[in-house]
Design a protein. Structure first.
Length: 156
């Protein structure tokens, strides 16, 4: 069995969906009414009844007390999570530092590569000159050898 209470305090037993819609449309804000016996059976007894704080500062104090209770109850887990968070932050810092070093290395390598790339035409030209000089050297050597042998045969 379920009941519904409107904001004007009237309780409706077993309302239909149509009745709930009419209450809502008429501005009589329906609120579900739940029996304390059902709550106790489903969720257990409440430890203490909490009174509504009379002022904003008392609400903050109650919240702080509750936060402190939760912190004490779960302190080991909270400490573990804080340690994991700190370790994660340290890993992130090391990773960022390594990434910065890698960027510097890459930039340096890119500059060196650009310098080498610029020198390629010059290197190719020197290589061609060396090749030409080697050919000329071979021709000169062959020419000298022919001249030497021709002189040698003439003497005989």
């Amino acid at each position: 069995m379920f009941r519904l209470r409107t904001n004007d305090g009237i309780i409706h037993d077993k309302p239909t969906l149509e009745a709930v819609k009419q209450l809502k449309d008429s501005g009589r804000g329906p609120q579900w009414f739940v029996a304390k016996t059902w709550l106790q059976r489903e969720f257990g007894e409440r430890e203490t009844a909490t009174a509504k704080p009379s002022s904003q500062s008392e609400a903050g104090t109650d919240t702080n007390k509750h936060t402190d209770q939760l912190r004490r109850a779960h302190s080991a887990h909270i400490e573990s999570l804080e340690a994991q968070l700190q370790a994660s932050i340290e890993r992130e810092k090391r990773t960022a530092a390594q990434a910065d070093k890698d960027k510097e290395r890459f930039a340096s390598a890119a500059i060196k590569l650009a310098r080498v790339t610029q020198k390629i035409p010059e290197i190719v030209a020197v290589a061609k000159q060396n090749e030409q000089l080697q050919k000329e050297n071979l021709l000169l050597k062959a020419s000298n050898e022919r001249g030497f042998f021709s002189k040698l045969f003439r003497r005989q």
